[in-house]
Design a protein. Structure first.
Ligand code: HDC
Length: 274
């Protein structure tokens, strides 16, 4: 475990995050600090841990590591306590969970606990999986361990979805989203994106995770946890279609497709409601 990385934020950071995942000027509770219900959309819980110092480097874990070949594979977030403060000082501590050998690719999973530095209370727990193309074949374990909700397959049921929400991203979506802390050039620099194998800079996984999570939150309310697999890339400007199935009292299974191509962008996804 690392020694902990501080993350300070203000209401301005909250509004910038909300705008980065598609909040509109008319969504006053997301974009106006003077609104009575001013709040941060709960998927914000992935932001404070993002820069947490890790007690390892990818180079030490897998062969042939290249930042251009790194993709975000999966994300799991637990929100331990509501309401989420709209400003504060948090501490995140990261640890390595596992390294998996997928043959041509490798998967690295880390777990990050985020506490409120003022109260000592745990606020978020995240598990992030990165998919490292070209870094497999080193003879490591072949399958990730079962970690309950964070690794569940969440296969959508056969019936038609209970709710469908469509949201068009803007051409500037990644350029705005990155200001919340993920400055990976893959999402802004055409030359870098090209070296990674993409025609144009692609959208951050955590940006379309936020857009889909916002749609689920607005329909079903706050969640205890949320898990997604990034199944396909999204280009800024494309339209996202999120389909939701209520399963029992507390669970919503969902998936997100790109309208223009019909391809899956988020699969294996679910929330457990508060
Ligand atoms: O699914 C493919 C893909 O392109 N997904 C979309 C990726 C994406 O767009 N991510 C978001 C953008 S990148 C980003 O935001 C980076 C960010 O800036 C920083 C990240 C965080 C940094 C944190 C620092 C600490 C792809 C390429 C991922 C996989 O496709 P294929 O190679 O065709 O794989 P496939 O044949 O389907 O499966 C091979 C095995 O891998 C498993 N797998 C597939 N997709 C996975 C995945 N595992 C985890 N996550 C995924 N997304 C499959 O299960 C399969 O395993 P097995 O053979 O054992 O069944």
């Amino acid at each position: 475990e690392g020694k902990g990385t501080e993350f300070k934020y203000t209401e301005r950071d909250v509004m910038l995050y909300n705008l980065g995942i598609g909040a509109k000027r008319t969504d006053l509770r997301y974009v106006f600090e003077g609104n009575d219900e001013f709040q941060v959309i709960p998927t914000f819980g992935v932001i404070p841990p993002f820069d947490a110092e890790t007690p390892y480097n990818f180079d030490d874990l897998v062969p042939n590591f290249s930042p251009m070949m790194l993709l975000h594979g999966e994300q799991y977030l637990e929100v331990k306590k509501y309401p989420i403060p709209t400003s504060g000082r948090l501490i995140s501590k990261a640890r390595l969970l596992e390294v998996v050998d997928k043959g041509t690719a490798a998967i690295v999973k880390s777990g990050v606990t985020t506490t409120n530095a003022e109260t000592g209370e745990e606020l978020f727990y995240n598990e992030m999986t990165v998919f490292l193309r070209g870094c497999g074949g080193f003879g490591g374990q072949k399958k990730p361990a079962d970690r309950g909700a964070s690794t569940a397959a969440n296969k959508p049921p056969q019936r038609a979805p209970d709710v469908v929400v469509e949201e068009k991203t803007t051409e500037e979506q990644a350029a705005i989203y990155r200001l919340s802390g993920d400055y990976n050039p893959l999402h802004i620099d055409p030359a870098f994106a090209k070296m990674g194998g993409f025609k144009v800079p692609i959208l951050h996984g955590l940006c379309f995770f936020g857009i889909a999570g916002k749609a689920v939150y607005e329909k079903y309310g706050p969640f205890k946890n949320i898990k997604v697999r990034f199944a396909g890339t999204v280009n800024p400007g494309q339209t996202l279609v999120t389909e939701m199935w209520k399963e029992g009292d507390k669970k919503v299974v969902f998936q997100t497709k790109v309208k223009e191509t019909g391809k899956l962008a988020i699969g294996g996804a679910a929330v457990e409601l508060v």
